[in-house]
Design a binder for this molecule. Sequence first.
Ligand SMILES: C[S@@+](CC[C@H](N)C(=O)[O-])C[C@H]1O[C@@H](n2cnc3c(N)ncnc32)[C@H](O)[C@@H]1O
Length: 211
Amino acid sequence: MPVELIEKYFPDLSEKQKNQFAQLEELYAEWNEKINVISRKDMDSLYEKHILHSLGIAKVMEFVPGTKVLDIGTGGGFPGIPLAILFPEVQFTLVDSIGKKITVVKEVSEGIGLQNVTAIHTRAEELKEKFHFVVSRAVTQMPVFLTWLKGKFEKQNLNAKRNGVLYLKGGDLTEELAGLKTEIFPLQNYFESEFFETKKVVYLSKENFLS
Ligand SMILES: C[S@@+](CC[C@H](N)C(=O)[O-])C[C@H]1O[C@@H](n2cnc3c(N)ncnc32)[C@H](O)[C@@H]1O
C-alpha cells in the first residue's frame, strides 16, 4: 500500500498530492527502464526508502510559502521531488552533475504536474543562485559538502527558527561531524519501520559554517 504509507505519516494530504505521490511509482518504473536512477531492489520499496525517507525533512522543518530550497546531488529527485509535492508553494531547485539524472527529474516532475521544481544539470559548486535552505541525501561527507555552500544563501532569513542545511544521513556520524555544531533528529522518532532505525536529519545553521 504505497500511498497509504505516506498518508499514515502525513494525514493532511490533498487529493492532488495523493494522486501525485501515487503516480510516482509508474513514472519511476518507466524511466528507470531507460535510465537507471534507482536500484532494482530499491524500486520495490520506493515509497519507504526514497519517498518517505525524503519526507523526513518535513518532520523537522515546515517550509513557509516563498521559501527557496536547493537540493544538491538530487539523483532521480530525492529528497527534492517528494518535498516539492508536500510544499507546493515552496520553490525547489534540484541539481545534479549527471545530465541523464536531471532528464529523469524533469520528466517525472512534469509528469505529475509540479510547477515548483527547476532541475539543473550542473555541479553544485558552479551554481550561482541563492537559497534559504539546502537539502541533500547521500552525496558526500559533510566537511566537503559545506565547502560547496559559499555564496549559496540569501541574506534575509524567512524562517525565524532555522535556516541552513538539512542533510539526510545514516549510521554513526561521530567522526564525520566532529567539530561541527549540528542538531540531529533521529527519524525513528517519526517513522516506525526498521529502515529508519539509524536514519537522521542533520541540521546545521548557516551561521555555523559560513564565515
Ligand atoms: C548517491 S547519489 C544520491 C542521489 C539522491 N540524492 C538520492 O538520495 O537518491 C549522489 C548524487 O550526487 C551527485 N553529485 C555528486 N557530486 C556532485 C556535485 N558536486 N554537484 C552536483 N551533484 C553531485 C551524483 O551525480 C549523484 O547523482
